[in-house]
Design a protein around this ligand. Sequence first.
Ligand code: FES
Length: 571
Amino acid sequence: MPGLRSSEWYAGSDRNGYIHRAWMRRGLPEHAFDGRPHIAIANTASDLTPCNAHLNEVAESVKQGVYEAGGIPLNLPVVSLGETLVRPTAMLWRNMAAMAIEEMLRANPIDGVVLLGGCDKTIPALLMGAASVDLPAVVVPGGPMLTGTFRGQPLGCGTDVWRLSEEVRAGTLSQDQFIRSESSMIRSRGHCNTMGTASTMGLVAEALGMVLPGLAGTPAPDSRLLERSHETGRLAVEMVAQGRTPSSLLERGSFLNAIVALAAIGGSTNAVVHLLAIAGRLGVPLTQDDFDATGSGVPLLVDLQPAGRFLMEDLHRAGGLLAVLQQVEDLLDPTAITVTGRPLVSYLAGAEIWDREVIRVRTEPLQPNAGIAVLYGNLAPDGAVIKPAAASEHLLQHRGRAVVFDSIEDMHARIDDPDLEVDADSVLVLRGCGPKGYPGMPEVANMPLPKKLLEQGVRDMVRICDGRMSGTAYGTVVLHVSPEAAAGGPLARVETGDVVVLDVPNRTLSVDVTAAELDARPADPATVQAFAAPARGWERLYVDHVTQAHSGADLDFLQGASGTSVSRESH
Ligand code: FES
């Protein structure tokens, strides 16, 4: 192929060309350098990211496809993030992973890349890095695990951990039974099988146009995953020939399509920060308000945990994402194209629903208006989000006295205190959990309910936080409050006893305190103490440069289009 980027390394007959070729000729034949596209397989497989551990097998199928189409596949292990293991929170490292991926794609002699991800932050990080480099790129989502069962009932990975642990706290499940369920939950390879962040981001990546249509959501052990991975390898070679880069695919309409999909599937709130960050890398205009404006009128069509009944294996069996999108085709941008060069909507004609309990038809939605609501008010001048589909309807308009916690540690120390002044109408406020404050914006917004209220049968309360919520969690949780307390947001000046007013239908979140009084209050000294900036390393860089949730919580200097150019050659 003419004008290949890899030829800048390999084509010359001078000393540099010699060195670049010679060091790669450990198994690669001479004709590997005759102008064939070199395709990196950016692989997040890791034993410490168990949701992605099977991606080495997926990579082999991609490789075969690349070879078959006349390309040279090259393994490129990249930073991986195991959601359940990485401390203090995988979100702290998303931008680091994205930056490392970006730099390694740019630094190496490659013409295109296949991105292998799965566990929550891996697909966002891969897309952010690839968007910045802007080489032809296509995602293979590793797929969800199969449905586990416990005592004859399906067990949703993630969501049922929350449910079962609350049952233990409430005294309705023994500790022994709880531990016995552990070995039943993870039945196979693959990522969490609820509509959590991993499932959401795989499906949303396809709606964006970055996945071979019909692939996302294929369970990890399903042989069709390998078949479609092989096809993706072939496609990557074609994409290089066509110059089909992320910036040539991803326009505002692509992101709006992703938002429609996010609403129709009842996807994770984490997709908001991830999509904003990806759009920010490309310079595509997208704001938090677009999620409300575009998503809120979209019907909820997928009945999956955490808000619903089924799991990802059921969604795939029922027809998958394309069957869902076929129901809302009129809401999609017909001009938005995919990695294949064809519009997303062109794949919807033959998409059928095979189980109308799992995927509802448009005329019988689970909820007429799904999506994510964006709230504003004197508690969230730059916005906060709530997922009404995961909330309790009776709490969507609510007034209650604030019970304020300055940090996760403070919350854990006091939440079960029998003397804590709290009742079912109280509003639990947790601050110090934003991008800068924690740092890393952990998934703690769905804080546990006070034990004494659980014992009274209370199962949901209004909770407000500047952090995030696990995509597998549920409840009336207002999250991503911006600006966060550590950045001087008014959340830092709310006091226990203040009356907080949540009005989701009218999109407001406020505290019944005058602006003058709120401004006059000093931030709580304990809160300030908790916000002491890290002294060194990635955490220091992160805290100094991370943007607020409403901007995607990316690093400020990584926003905006970048490109493939490498400024200098060393020898
Ligand atoms: Fe990896 Fe849930 S822990 S997707």
